[in-house]
Write a protein that binds this ligand. Structure first.
Ligand SMILES: [Zn+2]
Length: 355
């Protein structure tokens, strides 16, 4: 007997839907919405605090296909807010660990981990054919890049950012709503001019709130409930009990946005891109080289072994040099812990890995 449902595609009978029963009972979503969710896909860019909450929520809700992109590995001070990770995961790449947890939570979800730094050379191929993009990043450079790519490719995306106990979020639907550049016509705040999570700290509650809203906005969109999507920039100060909703309905009409009106994609073209970054609150620097060929980490491990302590797994190589640690990824990208000085980081890289 065919166990398939009355309405959904074959194989999506009550058995497969049983785990979503409480969600299906919520009338605006319903059975049709659930079936749509199972057929839908989302990319999570950055799987730290916001990203782990998004991945957890979307996987449990039954979004059929997730791609999780993150450039980093798990550290002890992540565990205070990054809900998919535990002590045993320290040192592992976030994207890979997150997908392993997702498979344990919901084996119906197809989860694709990508350990890389999203930049202008790879973003289009990374989000191509996905239905929505969720912002789990911690920097405006990547957000403006996501905005460029999503506006160009007409993929909706959900912005979110948190600092201290404050956060904000906005859903961007290319061609329909204002985009991030409409909101910030002068571009991102210059480095060093705003507080970072290093100086302001960050509390898990604001992360959970903002990422929950982002996830719900994605679920509305993916389940065929686009009319329920917010047209506001929502701003929260949880510590001070303040909530502002700023209406963005007319913003796109009022400004001559270079991105969504003039279709100039400066971030995507690489004109504004940087290949190095001082990582937020980490005493670390990232160096990346998008044009370089892939590294043979096993061979490099052999070469470095006589010089210091080397740790190697399929996803990364870690090398201790005095007080500093170099973590190398196969795409030749490195995160150098123990310094915020770009010159020192570059010198170490060329000394041990190659110029
Ligand atoms: Zn715009």
């Amino acid at each position: 007997m065919n166990q398939s449902s009355k309405d959904g595609p074959p194989g999506w009978g009550d058995e497969k839907l049983a785990r979503y029963e409480k969600q299906v009972r919520f009338t605006p979503l319903g059975r049709d919405g659930q079936v749509r969710l199972l057929q839908s896909s989302a990319v999570i860019v950055g799987c730290g605090a916001l990203g782990t909450v998004q991945a957890n929520t979307l996987a449990r809700a039954g979004v059929g296909r997730l791609r999780i992109i993150d450039r980093d590995f798990i550290e002890l001070d992540n565990l205070q807010r990054q809900v998919l990770y535990s002590e045993q995961d320290l040192g592992q790449p976030k994207a890979v660990t997150a997908c392993q947890k997702i498979q344990e939570i919901n084996s119906q979800v197809d989860c694709d981990p990508v350990v890389t730094d999203v930049d202008f050379t790879n973003i289009e191929s990374l989000i191509d054919s996905y239905d929505v993009v969720l912002d789990g990043t911690d920097n405006f450079e990547t957000r403006f890049l996501i905005n460029d790519a999503c506006v160009k490719m007409e993929i909706p995306w959900v912005y979110g950012g948190c600092l201290g106990c404050e956060g904000q979020t906005m859903t961007i639907r290319p061609g329909i709503t204002a985009c991030l550049n409409c909101l910030m016509l002068d571009g991102p705040p210059p480095p060093g001019t705003t507080a970072t999570c290093d100086s302001a700290g960050i509390l898990a509650s604001i992360i959970n709130l903002i990422a929950s809203i982002q996830s719900l906005e994605a679920i509305k969109l993916l389940s065929g409930n686009a009319e329920a999507i917010s047209r506001h920039l929502q701003v929260f100060d949880l510590w001070g009990h303040r909530h502002q909703q700023i209406d963005m309905t007319d913003l796109r009409d009022r400004v001559d946005c270079p991105t969504c009106k003039q279709k100039q994609f400066q971030w995507l073209s690489g004109d504004l891109a940087g290949h190095t970054a001082i990582l937020c609150g980490r005493n670390a620097v990232q160096l990346s080289f998008p044009e370089r060929p892939m590294l043979d980490l096993a061979r490099l491990a052999e070469r470095l072994a006589p010089l210091g302590e080397v740790e190697l797994n399929p996803f990364l190589l870690r090398f201790q040099v005095g007080e500093m640690t170099i973590t190398l990824f196969p795409d030749s990208r490195a995160i150098i812990n123990g310094t915020e000085d770009l010159a020192i980081a570059k010198r170490l890289y060329s000394q041990y890995i190659g110029a």
